[in-house]
Design a protein around this ligand. Structure first.
Ligand code: ZN
Length: 513
């Protein structure tokens, strides 16, 4: 039985837990700032000093996250039924526990070894990819995979699950490989059929309007204009240029985006910017002013984060309504290159679907097949069904089955992604989950805001942003991804909305309906 005295003691514990955690988050924001600076403006000569700064901070952060003080405070909160009767507080404590367990389950020696082998592996991988030489990467990858399997064993296999689940859980809490398989298998089949039909019977759109040359400065100005219009708050954020675009929710009131430009294909930078803005609008929508440092102010999972970016990039940015609004502004700001383009032409061109080898360049219809292939290969290797040397063979065979192409080289095949070289196994499925969540949310949003298309066409993005904020952003990590999906859409996650979206859009563009 809980007495009044223990309740007030645990309330104090909860307050202390939140304060302690807010300080940890503030320290982490310093580390984020150093990381952002390193990717954007840091001079090369600063690299050694920066590595020391970041290593020092990483150690301090790890000590705080795994401290007995944290453990004791969480334990005290867990013991109080009255405190847990508030379901938001109960979720907060559940997630505090999850983070603490993940941080403390790994022996320090394993964390250090993973970090060391990982940073060495990235250099070896880069070289191997440049030389198209998988054999030179294989021994390091083998060591890394051994360490990752040990990491998964430390986390523990969930009852009735498999080792891969423990890795997936780091990025997508509570989701299992069997859940992913149940969605991916029929989706892969339907997507392959759709892509084959488009390729064999469809008429591909004219893409000449994408090849026009647009100066970088004009693209940057237009990107900023779109950011402002869709509601990314530039008073609490920035847009800079990097080789690999990213978004960092650095601290309350400070969200940094980056993008990259090419003179041709101005839509690459535009969609890169809109993608990162989707992540950024999520970060800005999280209740950080109230709950900074607590799970209640953080993103649900990588999959849900990706759903927000893909929604602004694809559901909004690749729609006809978007181009009806954007084209007059684009013509004004991107210079004479676009003078002869119509909204219809751009809409069709940006929705070209064509199998290609590189995941990050893939279109909406083929992208998920790239992800599924990686899931199949990763799962086989973690299960021990194949060895490292079997990866190129399995990759190429699966690629042919999913995308119908013969992979010409490992550089364009299993060596293309950076993820494995830093030990991120179990990460890829979240990209596909993001697309699935985005499509399912989008159907619900359109039911609840029937005027959405007209609003987008006239540049009114506020109602959409408010909907996302109230239904998704405001909850932080209160609900797990699956739960959130059911709460928002009334259904568990399924591939049907994405398939309806793709075939409903692409078949008419390819002249098949
Ligand atoms: Zn993303």
């Amino acid at each position: 039985m809980t007495t009044a005295a223990t309740t007030s003691a645990t309330k104090t514990s909860y307050a202390e837990l939140c304060t302690f955690s807010r300080e940890t988050a503030t320290l982490r924001s310093v580390e984020y700032l150093l990381g952002w600076d390193q990717e954007t403006y840091m001079p090369d000569g600063a690299v050694d000093g920066r590595a020391k700064q970041r290593a020092l901070l990483a150690g301090m952060l790890h000590d705080r996250r795994t401290s007995d003080e944290m453990g004791d405070l969480i334990g005290a909160c867990e013991g109080d039924a009255e405190l847990l009767a508030d379901s938001a507080v109960a979720s907060d404590i559940r997630e505090f526990r999850r983070d603490y367990d993940l941080a403390t389950k790994l022996p320090t020696e394993l964390v250090r070894e993973l970090q060391e082998v990982g940073s060495r592996a990235q250099v070896i991988w880069r070289d191997a990819r440049a030389k198209d030489d998988f054999a030179s990467f294989a021994p390091t990858l083998d060591t890394l995979i051994g360490l990752i399997r040990r990491k998964a064993e430390c986390y523990g296999v969930p009852e009735g699950g498999e080792l891969y689940d423990a890795l997936l859980n780091e990025y997508e809490p509570g989701v299992r490989a069997s859940d992913i398989e149940a969605i991916f298998t029929p989706l892969a089949k339907s997507l392959s059929t759709l892509n084959a039909e488009l390729a064999q019977n469809g008429t591909p759109p004219d893409t000449s309007c994408l090849e026009l040359k647009v100066p970088e400065a004009n693209q940057h100005a237009f990107g900023l204009f779109v950011l402002k219009s869709i509601g990314f708050d530039l008073n609490c954020g920035r847009l800079d240029t990097t080789t690999h675009p990213f978004c960092e929710g650095l601290a309350p009131g400070d969200t940094r985006l980056t993008t990259r430009y090419r003179d041709e294909h101005f839509t690459d930078a535009l969609y890169g910017t809109m993608h990162e803005a989707g992540h950024g609008i999520y970060e800005q929508g999280l209740p950080k002013a109230r709950f900074y440092g607590q799970p209640l102010s953080e993103a649900v999972s990588l999959g849900i984060h990706e759903s927000q970016s893909r929604m602004w990039e694809n559901s909004v940015g690749r729609s006809m309504a978007f181009w009806e609004w954007a084209l007059p502004h684009a013509k004004e700001q991107l210079g004479p290159a676009l003078a002869d383009c119509s909204a219809e032409q751009l809409y069709r061109a940006v929705n070209t679907a064509k199998p290609s080898f590189i995941r990050v360049e893939a279109d909406e219809a083929t992208y998920n097949l790239h992800v599924m292939l990686r899931f199949d290969v990763e799962r086989a290797i973690v299960r021990g069904d194949i060895g490292v040397n079997d990866i190129p063979g399995l990759w190429n065979e699966t690629f042919k089955r999913y995308l119908g192409l013969d992979v010409p080289s490992d550089a364009k095949g299993c060596l293309q992604d950076v993820h494995w070289s830093f030990g991120a196994i179990g990460y890829f499925p979240t990209y596909c989950l993001g697309n699935l969540y985005a499509a399912q949310f989008w159907e619900t949003i359109n039911e609840q805001i029937p005027e959405l298309d007209r609003q987008i066409a006239s540049g009114e993005f506020g109602p959409l942003r408010t909907w996302l904020n109230e239904n998704i952003h405001a909850h932080g990590r209160r609900y797990r991804a699956g739960e959130l999906c059911e709460k928002v859409t009334g259904k568990s996650l399924s591939a049907e909305p994405l398939l309806r979206h793709l075939s409903g859009k692409l078949r008419p563009i390819y002249g098949l309906d």
